[in-house]
Design a protein. Structure first.
Length: 180
């Protein structure tokens, strides 16, 4: 996929060297999903800093997870600007999935990774950013497998949803905001 200027998007792994670009994207969108900072599927913070406002607390928690290698995402870059991401990680890293007991009941073994969240900058939607993140993410290059496909009941889509219907392989039905 290409950017509005005709250059190819680049995909980089979320890490200390890409944190500022990720944070800028999240901040442009008020922390994403109402201040989530893509933390909903991570383990809860065992000792949240109550002196901080909730949005700053979430930002600090996500940064801590990134800097310690416990948060992974494929960042889609337009030059030095992050325009979207696909969050993925091991079941231990992302245990709080929707319908967890049903998902785990269908698995013979835990998957190598889960994909839990996509986000695309409002000015770059419908331009192939999510597909680029999914297909060029580091977990795919490493040969890891997601295990059997499963999707929770659809909850709509639209501007807040991610349009995951285009991401399926034909064997999975479209999902709404989250993919376990």
């Amino acid at each position: 996929m290409t950017t509005a200027t005709g250059t190819a998007y680049e995909v980089r792994a979320l890490g200390p060297d890409t944190w500022d670009a990720f944070a800028a994207l999240a901040e442009r969108h008020n922390g994403v999903w109402g201040g989530c900072w893509c933390l909903a599927f991570h383990p809860r913070d065992p000792a949240p800093d109550q002196a901080l406002e909730p949005m700053e607390r979430a930002r600090c928690r996500k940064r801590q997870l990134v800097l310690t290698g416990r948060a992974h995402a494929a960042l889609v870059m337009d030059g030095d600007v992050a325009v979207g991401w696909c969050q993925y990680g091991s079941p231990e890293e992302l245990p709080r999935i929707t319908h967890r007991s049903q998902v785990e009941a269908l698995q013979e073994r835990p998957p190598d990774y889960r994909i839990t969240c996509f986000f695309v900058d409002r000015h770059h939607r419908r331009g192939g950013v999510a597909v680029t993140a999914l297909h060029r993410a580091p977990h795919r290059r490493a040969g890891l497998t997601p295990g059997p496909g499963w999707a929770p009941p659809a909850r709509g889509g639209g501007a807040q949803g991610s349009g995951h219907g285009k991401l399926g392989s034909g064997t999975q039905r479209p999902t709404s905001r989250w993919i376990p």
